[in-house]
Design a protein around this ligand. Structure first.
Ligand code: AMP
Length: 282
């Protein structure tokens, strides 16, 4: 496994590999890696000649400085896990390398995908995301890039970014890996107390309630029932939305479209998100 910290060196290495006919699969991460991240690396390994993983805690996508400061970081452990997952290249830039002196953000038309849920509660978050993903795509020029459905809204926005600015890159959405109690794996789970980590399994139970009983015409009732499950357990819910699968606007059963149930909840300072696509098989 090759570790690179400088963009110029990465660019040079990947150019050589491309000339040798190697296809490139790219997995951008913010580190504090877990099995969910490694499943993306496994998909990249299965479909491409080279799996390139970046680890960069992108400051411009954090709308709370405290969240950025608290974000878990463990480079040595990440490198061990990536070695074990047989990643080929790890890119570990610092902020200077990615942004230089200017943190100017990409001017991007989100077509409304940023006005709901995460975008509504975390102003500027997705501007930071598209800015860094655009920089990575321009540098790595992957054939395929892998993103988790765990960040459903981010995946929708990255697909739009790729369609518009990087049409040669295929975006693959990978399913959510969960802890044995159903809690979606997340770097932020490490910040939870043992009790909260056990308690947070109710998030998936509430989403599962919606998917198990899913009927488009019952969307509003199912949302209310899931919300009650959460409030009865004293979960601090930031939102629980049933949204149109494509537009992410509030779901309307008349359209015949697929839906997705998305939620965000807080355990103290730790913010967790999760979702289920509807209908989902059980
Ligand atoms: P992050 O390091 O949180 O920015 O995540 C890097 C990538 O891993 C993103 O595309 C996430 O959606 C994906 N990811 C995070 N958690 C999971 C999970 N539990 N299962 C699958 N993919 C995940």
């Amino acid at each position: 496994m090759i570790c690179v910290r400088e963009s110029a060196a990465l660019h040079q290495y990947l150019d050589q590999q491309r000339k040798l006919g190697q296809s490139i699969g790219f997995v951008p991460t913010m580190g504090a890696l877990h099995q969910g991240h490694l499943s993306l690396v496994a998909s990249a390994k299965a479909e491409c000649d080279l799996a390139v993983v970046s680890i960069f805690v992108n400051p411009t996508q954090f709308n709370e400085k405290g969240d950025f400061d608290r974000y878990p970081r463990d480079e040595q452990q990440d490198l061990r896990l990536l070695e074990y997952a047989k990643a080929d290249v790890v890119f570990l830039p610092d902020s200077q390398e990615m942004y230089g002196k200017s943190t100017a953000l990409l001017d991007f038309n989100f077509e409304g995908l940023d006005t709901v849920m995460e975008g509504k509660l975390r102003p500027g978050h997705f501007k930071g995301v598209v800015t860094i993903v655009d920089k990575f795509f321009s540098l790595v020029k992957p054939d395929v890039a892998y993103f988790g459905q765990k960040d459903f809204q981010q995946l929708a926005i990255v697909r739009l970014l790729a369609r518009r600015l990087h049409p040669d890159i295929r975006i693959v959405g990978c399913s959510i890996l969960r802890e044995p109690n159903g809690l979606a794996m997340s770097s932020r789970n490490e910040l939870l107390s043992g009790n909260d980590r056990a308690h947070a399994s109710v998030l998936f139970r509430a989403l599962s309630h919606i998917s198990k009983h899913w009927k488009p015409e019952h969307a509003l009732n199912l949302r209310e029932e899931a919300l009650s499950m959460l409030t009865e357990e004293n979960v601090q819910v930031e939102y629980l939305e049933i949204a149109d699968y494509d537009s992410l606007q509030p779901f309307n059963s008349d359209t015949g479209n697929k839906a997705v149930a998305c939620l965000a909840a807080r355990y103290g300072a730790v913010r967790l998100i999760d979702n289920v696509v509807l209908p989902e098989q059980h």
